[in-house]
Design a protein around this ligand. Structure first.
Ligand code: HEM
Length: 120
């Protein structure tokens, strides 16, 4: 598969991730949290994260980067883990629900910055 195939998967996964996080945030604010909408949002979130990680490591394999991973990649894995953990926020506390509208785009921008500039 060409490198661009993995990039496309990466971006598609990010799209799913961000849609699901936005949906969860609003869902958690507006509704009783046990409703049926919760499951499809969780599925979108999990599928998005899955696509991001397999395509991310697919790209690394394509360009021949292996162990030990460079720090910019370790940082992206950390961002990926934070994105994974965010689902715990929405349904447990309302405090961060709106802050997430800023945190998610900032984390996304930072992940792009790491990939484009590879600063460390
Ligand atoms: C396990 C976690 C991740 C790994 C291993 C990973 C790996 C990579 C790699 C290898 C690239 C290509 C860099 C290059 O062009 O030289 C890339 C690009 C990119 N990644 Fe990630 N990534 C991960 C997580 C994320 C996350 C969580 C986001 C944002 C939500 C993200 C956003 C991006 C963006 C925007 C690009 C640029 C794509 C392009 O230039 O077309 N990545 N990533």
């Amino acid at each position: 598969m060409p490198f661009q195939f993995y990039t496309a998967l990466h971006i598609f996964g990010i799209g799913l991730l961000i849609v699901s996080l936005g949906g969860m945030s609003v869902h958690a604010i507006l509704t009783d949290k046990t409703q049926a909408l919760r499951r499809p949002l969780l599925v979108l979130h999990g599928f998005g994260l899955f696509l991001i990680v397999i395509s991310g490591f697919g790209m690394l394999a394509k360009v021949g980067i292996g162990w030990p991973l460079p720090l910019w990649i370790t940082s992206k894995v950390l961002i990926w883990i934070i994105f994974g953990g965010l689902i715990a926020v929405f349904y447990k506390t309302d405090i961060l629900n709106k802050a997430i509208w800023v945190i998610v785009p900032m984390l996304f921008l930072f992940a792009w910055y790491l990939a484009s500039f590879k600063p460390w």
